[in-house]
Design a protein around this ligand. Structure first.
Ligand code: NOJ
Length: 741
């Protein structure tokens, strides 16, 4: 029986060579560590000297003080420091290099808000997989993404980094991004990276939309709205979470044991580790919460922040806190154990270095750029198309005037959070049109400037433009209007500069900045056909355009291949299918405006006592989920397809192929608490040929219909109640049925 003998020998050999489990490897390493080495693992050193440091970073790493390092992006510096960590420290533990790879590294995808507007989870996953492949080749193993903060107020600048207002869409996008970065749960593959679900939690609800301001969120909204994307990320295997900067209900999120211990670990069972936001541990003192640096360190660690990002507060204070008995060694050990376990799980010990040759090979690889182009096509949202002006007919001799400050700016085509330290490269709309052979005259018309620039403008925005004089501004404006007169069709490229949204980029108004509104009105007054292409990271006030400009396409910040993609859309080589991930207000005064508000004590639209302003309709400019196509779709046959399932038919009734995002909404008519008047519960993105019909089925059972009840403080499913169900191409979904599960 030779085969049996062979098996007997083979099994013990295999067992001898198999690596112990990550948890066991972490435990074994932990047992050898001194307190200082442990605190070193809890420390993330800043690769950019935003806080002066008398000690050189190389020396800190050599002493084992750099469990992680942030903000480096070139393989040479990364590998130099990694070599010190791996070869010169006593325990040879590799450092984890982290960077904000938010929407691509060398290949830049549309900003996250735009990617969410594609409602295309496969695309989102693949985009982040490419980001991981390129970053990991550079030696960056950890991204501070995805940002999962629900945002319902467009004044908040960081709305651009998330998936918008909705918890169901937000959770789907969270899952797709985590899978894209990390693979299936936390893969140890050398082309995946560790993800970080941020900012836990409630950062998007900053008072008045002012970045970093306090958020006051009742439990009912935390559980039903703000937490679900984080829970989805955790279920998809997110290895790390980041605590937020602001106070949540008067307790800084970085010192908030309710968030980081009770919810994240006890209730949800998170087994990864938590990093603070940059300098947030130190800043517990400026919040008026901690009394000293040591108090900050103690309170953050005890609340559940395992790693201190950038501030060296743990490094300088935790040893004393342990020695004085304020912080038990077991708490330090728990944090170190989680960090080491993640490092083992993700294969950092096996693949600690970047590889410049590999980076050169994978950077902006043709298939990466191809996907970036498709992503920009799929995330654009067609807001208006009167008289079928779009797609443009490519007539020989046709002259286009491309007018506006955003038509030919590489930086602003890419959007905020272009991975730091890169040579910027993007196809602008002007270049995209020219590449198609279109005759185009490019005129800026107006110059955009922030009234109050931030540190990020200096850090990331490069050299600011010299401001135009009054005379130059007047001349540029006149030139633009004259260019419009000379053209057959005008494409207006208006909106906001890339850094007008993002961190530290909140606004008090949503108007088009600068003289763009006047420019648009002057151009429209020439009588030429006008297409408005908007570049923005948030809804802006386009009330006038919505009734005077025949075609409006929201391009967001479309990334590396943006100009090619927008040109494809303008000429019909691609068809817009994006849908708004947010309710688009008529004016800033309506904010926060979102789909999931409750009904009031009088029926909607009644003259008495209903929710309203006297100077403006209460309805949005465009509803959540809205977006047009070059074709049309019809919905029929919405019905309950057996227990816990709903079905609807969608048909392409136009003459062009197109993509539709079918959306399913519900309202619970009565029960233990008032429920929102409409809630998204499912969606599907379908490509349909002219005349083609598809039946779509959506689950609608306990998982979709339960909610966190503010009275019992539990998740409940009131299955004896009646539910309205709507289906359609946006949140107005007209097709209705009633459902009692
Ligand atoms: C501060 C931001 O809030 C956070 O999102 C980011 O990841 C860190 N800085 C690191 O750059």
């Amino acid at each position: 029986m030779p085969s049996r003998n062979f098996a007997l020998i083979f099994i013990p050999l295999a067992a001898a060579f198999a690596q112990p489990a990550p948890a066991d490897r972490a435990e074994a390493l932990l047992r050898q560590m001194t307190l200082d080495e442990k605190i070193g693992q809890l420390t993330q050193l800043a690769g950019l000297p935003l806080i002066p440091d008398p000690v050189k970073i190389d020396d800190r790493v050599r002493k084992g003080q750099g469990g992680s390092i942030l903000w480096l992006s070139d393989p040479a510096s990364i590998n130099r420091l990694q070599k010190i960590a791996v070869e010169e420290t006593r325990l040879k533990i590799p450092a984890l290099f982290g960077l904000d790879v938010i929407h691509g590294f060398r290949t830049v995808f549309p900003v996250p808000f735009a990617m969410a507007a594609s409602w295309d989870m496969d695309l989102i996953e693949k985009g982040q997989q490419i980001a991981a492949r390129e970053s990991r080749a550079a030696g960056i193993q950890w991204t501070f993404a995805p940002m999962l903060d629900i945002a319902r107020d467009a004044r908040w600048g960081r709305i651009v980094e998330g998936a918008g207002e909705d918890p169901v869409l937000g959770a789907a996008v969270a899952r797709a991004q985590i899978r894209g970065f990390q693979g299936d749960h936390l893969s140890s593959a050398a082309d995946r990276m560790l993800a970080c679900a941020k900012h836990f939690a409630g950062y998007g609800a900053a008072d008045g939309g002012r970045d970093y301001d306090s958020a006051y969120i009742p439990d009912v909204l935390l559980w039903n709205v703000y937490f679900p994307p984080f829970k989805a990320a955790l279920d998809a295997g997110a290895g790390t979470f980041m605590s937020a900067y602001m106070d949540l209900n008067d307790v800084p999120a970085t010192g908030n044991a309710f968030l980081l211990r009770d919810v994240l670990r006890k209730i949800w069972g998170f087994k990864g580790f938590v990093v603070s936001d940059a300098f947030a541990v130190r800043d517990l003192q400026t919040h008026g919460f901690a009394s000293s640096p040591q108090d900050s360190a103690q309170r953050a660690l005890l609340a559940g922040v395992d790693m201190d990002m950038g501030s060296r507060t743990y490094l300088e204070n935790l040893a004393a806190a342990v020695k004085s008995g304020k912080v038990p060694m077991s708490v330090i050990d728990d944090s170190v154990r989680s960090i080491l376990k993640v490092k083992f799980e993700m294969g950092l010990f096996e693949h600690p270095y970047g590889d410049a040759a590999l980076l050169a090979k994978v950077s902006r690889a043709p298939e990466h750029l191809k996907l970036a182009r498709e992503a920009a096509q799929r995330s654009a949202v067609l807001l208006r198309n009167e008289g079928g002006l779009l797609p443009l007919k490519a007539n020989a001799g046709q002259k286009i005037a491309l007018i506006g400050p955003l038509g030919d700016s590489v930086f602003d085509t890419l959007g905020s959070w272009q991975a730091m330290g890169q040579t910027l490269d993007a196809v602008t709309l002007a270049q995209g049109l020219k590449a198609r052979g279109v005759t185009v005259e490019v005129v800026k018309g107006v110059q955009l400037r922030k009234q109050i620039p931030s540190m990020f403008d200096q850090l990331m925005g490069g050299k600011p433009e010299t401001p135009w004089t009054e005379a130059q501004a007047g001349e540029a404006f006149t030139d633009a209007v004259e260019a419009a007169r000379r053209a057959d069709v005008v494409v207006l490229a208006l909106g906001e500069l890339a850094l007008m949204s993002g961190e530290l980029a909140s606004r008090s108004s949503l108007n088009l900045p600068g003289r763009q509104q006047q420019l648009m009105e002057a151009v429209v007054a020439t009588g030429k056909p006008v297409v408005l292409v908007l570049f923005s990271g948030r809804p802006v006030n386009i009330g006038w355009a919505a009734s005077h400009v025949p075609a409006i396409l929201e391009a967001w910040y479309p990334g590396s291949e943006g100009g090619n993609a927008i040109a494809d859309l303008l000429y019909g080589d691609a068809s817009p299918g994006g849908k708004l991930p947010v309710t688009w207000p008529r004016s800033v005064g309506q904010e926060p405006l979102f789909l999931e508000s409750n009904l009031t004590h009088q029926p909607e639209g009644s003259q008495m006592f209903s929710s309203r302003y006297w100077d403006q309709p209460g309805t949005p400019q465009y509803p959540f989920g809205y977006g047009l196509s070059y074709t049309t779709f019809e919905y029929t046959n919405l019905h309950i397809a057996g227990s816990g399932r709903v079905s609807v038919d969608v048909r392409n009734t136009g003459s062009r192929p197109g993509v539709e995002v079918t959306q399913l909404y519900i309202h619970q008519r009565a029960g233990g608490a008032s429920r929102p008047k409409r809630e998204l519960k499912g969606f599907a993105r379908v490509q349909l040929e002219p005349g083609e019909k598809r039946s779509l089925e959506f689950p609608l059972g306990e998982e979709q219909l339960r909610y966190w009840n503010p009275v019992s403080k539990k998740w409940i499913f009131e299955k004896h109640e009646q539910f309205d169900v709507w289906a359609g191409g946006d949140s107005r979904g007209m097709l209705h049925t009633l459902y009692r599960p």
